[in-house]
Design a protein around this ligand. Structure first.
Ligand code: F6P
Length: 495
């Protein structure tokens, strides 16, 4: 294999990995690309008046990134529109929030085509291409149309919806058909993969080949479960850093012998934040003796603020946190510290370690790496307790956490009480089992397992994918590169 080309909408390789405040996916991808020579390609986050189709190459902490700007209309229809108003809520079972507009679908297709046109000239014959997430579902089809016959893999970082919900999406079949231009489709959990298979078999009349492959639309694709993990050693290093330790000390001092419960989530309706605050309020009602003895630190950076459903939940959370504080606070105690800001990774590690309970209670989540980071940050001799939603992908692996139904405030209240009073021996036993999972499924294992499967995956049982691509290639001239190319070297894996 010569190079790994990673494609994702957001490209945010941090200059200093310990400083990273980016989401779990971004951290995982930069860790993946530090191992393999290659390129991380995606949107620059900038908008321009006109589409230039130009890729800007930068080096960020040893990771080569290729960035393209998008027109304002693209951002509106593709990112805010189809990705975040249509697919995101639908894939998170929020059909009530899902907006279907023809212009969003057109923008989504246009941007995927544009990404493919910019990337295609930069692809070398032996490159392996790994495309990530719901923003880029049809991109393999567009690359194939441009004559790209390389291995192309896809990884979905969100849940896959049930068939009954997916069919509410206009052109759902076209979207799924485009996925059959990938060689390998990866999911975090068996549940998401089974739901995908169910759609293909029941709705599209495809067939399961018994070896993780699916035949449908006259083509073949491999599927597999690859649970993502964190960069365990990098995270432990961040925790032990000067800032990590100082943050721990500061938090411990500011807790004033009170027990801290922590939640860290993007401000998103899928994270179950309202339900969490209501569950915590229930806990304060159920346990009057605990008032003044605990507090909840909820770190919630603003996210996707151009989308109305995100503005709505933001306003509701502001009101809810204010109401609970108003009802329960004392002159020297506030039950909730609600912060709309981001922290560096080393600071988060210190915060997690200083807390007695980690609350990770999404209503639906592809995986959730906060759960894994929380565990990794704990003191083995006196670990905190993880409360985890049974609807997070992480629950499939982390059964030793206190698993809860995040919709039930009584259940949340009881779990908080149980976590706060759990004997040390039980905390250590649970933590040891969870840490074992976190280590055994770290980001390097995820990356290597996926790439190995992609490289070894049959392109197509009957060669249809390749043949079709070749035929199309003959009728399509390869686009001329507008890439300002930085002379990426061909090499094998870095050690
Ligand atoms: O869960 C999907 C995901 O792409 C995450 O990997 C990432 O943290 C998050 O969504 C980021 O969303 P956005 O790029 O819209 O801020």
């Amino acid at each position: 294999m010569s190079r790994l080309i990673v494609v994702s909408n957001r490209v945010s390789a941090p200059a200093d990995p310990a400083a990273g405040s980016a989401g779990g996916l971004a951290m995982a991808l930069s860790a993946a690309l530090r191992k393999y020579d290659g390129l991380w390609f995606g949107w620059s986050g900038e908008t321009t008046d006109h589409w230039t189709g130009e890729m800007k190459i930068e080096d960020r902490a040893g990771v080569t990134v290729g960035l393209v700007d998008l027109e304002a209309q693209d951002v509106d229809e593709y990112y805010n529109g189809y990705a975040n108003k249509t697919l995101w809520p639908l894939f998170h079972h929020r059909v009530d929030l899902t907006q279907y507009e023809r212009s969003y679908g057109e923008g989504y297709e246009r941007v995927n085509r544009r990404f493919a046109e910019v990337l295609a000239p930069a692809i070398q014959p032996d490159d392996v291409i790994w495309i990530h997430d719901y923003h880029m579902i049809p991109m393999a089809r567009d690359l194939r149309r441009l004559g790209i016959t390389n291995r192309i893999g896809f990884f979905l970082h969100t849940p896959w919806p049930t068939r009954q919900l997916l069919v509410t999406l206009p052109h759902h079949r076209r979207l799924v058909e485009s996925m059959f231009d990938f060689d390998l489709i990866g999911f975090h959990t068996r549940e998401w993969m089974d739901l995908f298979t169910d759609y293909v078999v029941t709705e599209a009349r495809g067939e399961v080949d018994g070896r993780g492959g699916l035949d449908c639309f006259g083509r073949h694709v491999q599927t597999g479960v690859f649970p993502i993990g964190i960069d365990v050693d990098g995270f432990l290093e961040a925790r032990r850093s000067t800032l990590g330790t100082r943050t721990y000390d500061r938090m411990a001092a500011s807790a004033l012998f009170r027990s801290m419960i922590v939640g860290v989530d993007r401000l998103d309706y899928s994270k179950g934040l309202e339900e969490r605050l209501l569950g915590y309020e229930q806990f304060l009602q159920d346990n009057p003796d605990q008032r003044g003895e605990v507090f909840l630190l909820q770190v919630t950076p603003i996210s996707r603020d151009d989308v109305d459903s995100y503005q709505d939940i933001r306003a509701r959370l502001d009101a809810l946190a204010g109401r609970i504080n108003g009802a329960f606070a004392d002159m020297d105690w506030a039950p909730i510290r609600y912060l709309n800001r981001t922290y560096r990774r080393d600071q988060l590690a210190g915060i997690y370690r200083a807390s007695r309970v980690g609350l990770v209670t999404p209503l639906r989540d592809g995986m959730n790496l906060v759960a894994k980071e929380y565990v990794a940050a704990q003191n083995p001799d006196d670990p905190g307790v993880l409360i985890l939603s049974r609807f997070a992908g992480a629950a499939e692996q982390m059964g030793e956490a206190l698993l809860v139904n995040p919709y039930s405030r009584e259940e949340l209240s009881e779990a908080i009480q149980k976590a706060l009073t759990m004997p040390l021996a039980e905390r250590i036993r649970k933590w040891t089992a969870l840490m074992d999972v976190v280590r055994k499924t770290d980001v390097a294992i995820w990356r290597d397992n996926y790439v190995k499967a992609l490289v070894g995956a049959p392109v197509s049982d009957d060669g249809v994918t390749l043949e079709r691509a070749r035929e199309q290639a003959q009728s399509t001239s390869k686009p001329r590169s507008k890439v300002r190319w930085a002379g990426l070297k061909l090499s094998s894996e870095r050690t």
